[in-house]
Design a protein around this ligand. Structure first.
Ligand code: S3P
Length: 439
């Protein structure tokens, strides 16, 4: 079986005004489902075959972690992986989750269900992110937990016989919900997560595919009696959060017409498509079908005259990773776009609210924040651009500003683009293949 490695993009990239973008493309597999397929496969009895796995750095870190917990994890060919689960054992050294909040939080939950000990670490960005949101409920369930100051990594967990929990997921975090559900697989007690606002439901869907039972009634999500997972086949469709970049690039680059095929369109992930449609985007969602337990479709975007809109706070969970690229669309739209309820953006791979603001301002776009609200004044024409934007080693900030440069008067440079490999390893090559001038 071949090695799980792939090349990195160069660290500095810039993009320049491009002719219309055209083509029929696929984006890499969904990141959320990729992490979950490896972890659930590692917990399940028997063999799991995964097709379409995102082979980005974040997911590779999770694959290595699942292996360190004692499961067999092999890469058969591009995107095709085999996992054979096992009762988890204490890993020999620290589990390095790289840049991935999803990886570390889900793994901490899964590990807490076993009578083992593990230390979790991450890169500089991940080490600055809050973990108490997961560690507190795991403590409440009976895990012994210690972490660095402020609930940061490195964190150590000793799991074992866990109690049940009824947890109010006030932040609408799918990572927190998933950690609790995964920890709960190894107890017979009641495990419930209450979600006033629904977060992405891939863990629930995938638990069912692995033979588990999860009851969803109103805002309550409960593990049922069947908690022993059985290996299965998982087909991972295109990541809507990655599709967002070429789609918005087409919407703001005059003369474009582009189709992204087989994108997951789970309604808990499509807030961006709804918002862009409200902004006047020419988007067509066609060929809706089921694949791998999720709805997928082909999405076509054509250059559009966008206008500003107000985006309500309750839409944030369904597009939480898409605000950087939405802000880019807003910068090119006519009029003001107001995005409410963005507190969670401050604790992503970077402080994304700050990174968006400083990047837009560097490109001469009028933008400001008021508390958790981001306000972008678009001009309805090409922004000036002509700046080096600090990406703060954040993949989505880097990709967003490279997209802005395609529709700007002057080139936009991004100071750190290597992290794009965490979620979208072939971003630059794929964008070039549709005519984007990125080098
Ligand atoms: C994810 C949940 C979201 C999202 C992240 C992926 C997941 O984070 O931002 O990129 O796969 O569960 P939160 O759970 O912090 O909202």
């Amino acid at each position: 079986m071949s090695a799980d490695v792939h090349p990195h993009d160069g660290d500095r990239l810039h993009s320049t005004a491009s002719p219309g973008l055209h083509g029929y493309i696929h984006v890499p597999g969904d990141k959320s489902m990729s992490h979950r397929s490896l972890i659930l496969g590692g917990l399940a009895e028997g063999e799991t075959w995964i097709e379409g796995l995102l082979e980005g750095d974040d997911v590779i870190a999770t694959a290595k972690a699942v292996r360190a917990f004692g499961a067999t994890v092999d890469r058969a060919s591009s995107g095709k992986w085999r996992v054979i689960g096992n009762a988890w054992r204490s890993p020999r050294g620290p589990v390095d989750c790289g840049n991935s909040g999803t990886g570390v939080r889900l793994l901490m939950g899964a590990a807490a269900g076993f009578p083992i000990e593990a230390t979790f670490t991450g890169d500089q960005s991940l080490s600055g992110r809050p973990m108490n949101r997961v560690l507190d409920p795991l403590r409440e369930m009976g895990a012994e937990v210690s972490a660095s100051e402020g609930g940061r990594l490195p964190a150590r967990i000793r799991g074992g016989k866990l109690r049940g929990i009824s947890f109010l997921n006030a932040k609408a975090s799918a990572q927190v919900k998933s950690a609790i559900l995964l920890a709960g697989l190894n107890t017979a007690e009641d495990v419930e997560v209450i979600e006033p606002a629904r977060s992405r439901d891939h863990t629930e869907n995938m638990l069912r595919a692995f033979g588990g039972d999860v009851a969803i009634e109103g805002d309550s999500i409960r593990l049922g009696e069947r908690r022993k997972l059985k290996g299965t086949s998982v087909l991972i469709p295109g990541d809507p959060s990655s599709a967002a970049f070429p789609l918005v690039a087409a919407l703001i680059t005059p003369g474009s017409g582009l189709t992204v095929r087989s994108v997951m369109v789970n309604p808990l992930r499509t807030g961006l498509l709804k918002t862009l449609s409200e902004m006047g985007a020419e988007l067509r969602i066609e060929g809706r079908r089921q694949a791998g337990g999720e709805e997928v479709a082909d999405i076509t975007a054509e250059f559009s005259r966008l206008h500003g809109v107000e985006v309500p706070a309750d839409r944030a969970p369904s597009m939480i990773d898409e605000y950087p690229i939405l802000a880019v669309a807003a910068a090119c739209a006519e009029g003001t776009t107001v995005m409410h309820g963005l507190a969670e953006l401050r604790v992503k791979e970077s402080d994304r609210l700050a990174a968006i603001l400083s990047g837009l301002r560097a490109c001469a776009v009028d933008a400001r924040d008021e508390g958790d609200t981001l306000i972008v004044k678009g001009t309805g024409a090409a922004p000036r651009g002509g700046a080096t934007v600090a990406a703060h080693h954040d993949h989505r900030i880097a990709m967003s500003f490279l997209v802005l440069g395609l529709a700007s008067e002057q080139p936009v440079e991004v100071d750190s683009a290597a992290m794009i490999a965490t979620s979208f390893p072939d971003f630059t090559a794929l964008m070039r293949s549709i005519g984007a001038r990125i080098s």
